[in-house]
Design a protein around this ligand. Structure first.
Ligand SMILES: NC(=O)c1ccc[n+]([C@@H]2O[C@H](COP(=O)([O-])OP(=O)(O)OC[C@H]3O[C@@H](n4cnc5c(N)ncnc54)[C@H](OP(=O)(O)O)[C@@H]3O)[C@@H](O)[C@H]2O)c1
Length: 414
């Protein structure tokens, strides 16, 4: 469902990795349906030609399917796995929520890169998936393919997440970087669209909605609070003038759209706003499409950085989300009985739990994990939009980021 940047990139990746995923995981796939607003709703249980569809050659429909009727479409496609990659509706999560419900009711696993259903209907969808004995996966909703939810679920038992901070929206990062380089706001937006990080309508990114929804997804899933999206304080980047963005850079600082969440009693205080960061702050070093998250856990601090992933981020995002067994590989201690890979499935051909245990870990996923000691002498601080943030990230990350990312000299930005 949805065949834009993500849907197309996912299909390309499935095609290019076909042999590898068959050899390593014994997973075979067949594309039996595609639906978009403009190209209509196609289904063929015998399989559509993925290359032809990628090249814009949509076959004539043999069976007349009514656009918007997800039940009829899924029944005709006989889908084992349903991928939801349609546009984000921040306010209701619809129609994606209804589409996922229908897929689960019809006995398909559901995998969403769309954050709307997770923010607005996670408990309902989880309960339905459990009742139907199917998986609901959403790993790619935040930071693309970085295995955040799997990491907490499989690798961090009995930890308490006290809060997190980070930069999670690529479009605003690209736009701010382009403005620093002397381009206009509109040129920055066009650049973000050209490299495929901005959706056709970029308002959700520029007004902070996308980042706010990600904060809400993280807080709901990882901090287990019934947060509503309106409870995330949100300011986008439209109010920042181009002159201001360039002038602070010459003084050794940068604006970033920073996300924060902090547990307060039974609730969580969440915000998304532009913050003025010193060059020494690791978040200030994030260029282009990079994103970063620091988790403040009761046992240690944990930081994840996705380094300028380029087009591979959207290639990998739904791929990671669709691979419960890849996620299972990240924790070598996953009990076989809990492994999603146990579910034998027709065309999807998942192997046995034994195979899951023998599968090698994914080096790329492992290398994303840093576990520096949290610098307790430098407590997290919140800053209003025009304040200067002191570095509240662990110094170890600071060194690692400095070594791997383009440095931002204190006073002479290019
Ligand atoms: N881009 C990223 O890097 C990224 C990363 C992670 C997650 N996501 C999430 O992934 C989703 C897709 O992003 P994208 O960049 O691929 O967006 P996009 O390029 O704008 O594509 C959206 C697709 O959804 C289709 N669509 C929208 N509403 C629909 C409906 N009611 N029924 C059927 N199809 C519908 C559109 O159809 P038409 O083509 O006919 O308009 C289009 O094919 C979003 O929820 C986004 O937040 C994106």
């Amino acid at each position: 469902m949805g065949f834009g940047n993500v849907g197309k990139a996912f299909l390309r990746l499935l095609i290019s990795k076909e042999t590898e995923i068959r050899r390593r995981y014994d997973v075979r796939w067949r594309l039996t349906g595609v639906a978009t607003r403009r190209n209509g709703w196609l289904a063929d249980p015998d399989g559509l030609n993925p290359l032809a569809i990628l090249n814009g050659r949509w076959p004539a429909q043999h069976h007349s399917l009514q656009a918007g009727n997800a039940r009829e479409w899924l029944e005709h496609a006989k889908a084992d796995v349903f991928f939801e990659a349609s546009s984000l509706n921040v306010h209701t999560g619809q129609p994606a929520i209804d589409h996922i419900k229908t897929a689960l009711e019809l006995g398909a696993h559901a995998i969403s890169v769309n954050k709307g259903p997770i923010v607005h209907a996670l408990s309902e969808l989880t309960a339905l998936a459990r009742e139907k004995g199917k998986k609901l996966l959403y790993e790619a909703t935040v930071m693309d393919g970085v295995p955040i939810f799997s990491m907490f679920q499989l690798g961090l038992p009995a930890t308490e997440l006290r809060g997190f901070s980070g930069v999670l929206n690529s479009t605003t990062n690209v736009v701010l970087t382009e403005i620093e380089r002397g381009r206009s706001f509109e040129e920055g937006v066009r650049r973000a669209q050209a490299i495929g990080v901005a959706e056709s309508d970029p308002s959700a990114d520029l007004d902070g909605w996308d980042a706010a929804v990600k904060v809400a997804v993280l807080a709901i899933v990882l901090m287990n609070v019934p947060l509503r999206l309106e409870q995330v304080r949100r300011t986008g980047i439209r109010e920042l003038s181009e002159e201001k963005i360039r002038s602070v850079r010459t003084s050794g600082m940068r604006y970033k759209l920073v996300c924060r969440a902090e547990r307060r009693g039974d609730g969580v205080d969440c915000s998304v706003q532009p913050e003025l960061l010193l060059a020494s702050d690791p978040l200030a070093n994030l260029e282009g499409t990079s994103s970063a998250l620091h988790f403040d856990l009761d046992v240690f601090g944990l930081s994840l950085v996705e380094h300028n992933p380029g087009c591979w981020r959207i290639f990998f995002a739904p791929f990671a989300a669709s691979s419960p067994r890849f996620n299972a590989c990240i924790s070598p201690h996953t009990p076989a009985s809990e492994s999603p890979g146990r579910t034998a499935h027709r065309e999807w051909g998942l192997r046995t739990a034994n195979a899951v245990e023998q599968s090698p870990p994914i080096p790329a996923a492992r290398s994303l994990l840093h576990r520096p000691a949290l610098d307790r002498s430098e407590p997290s601080r919140k800053f209003p939009s025009a304040a200067i943030s002191r570095c509240s990230w662990p110094s170890a990350l600071s060194h690692s980021a400095a070594a791997r990312l383009p440095s931002v000299p204190a006073k002479s930005f290019p």
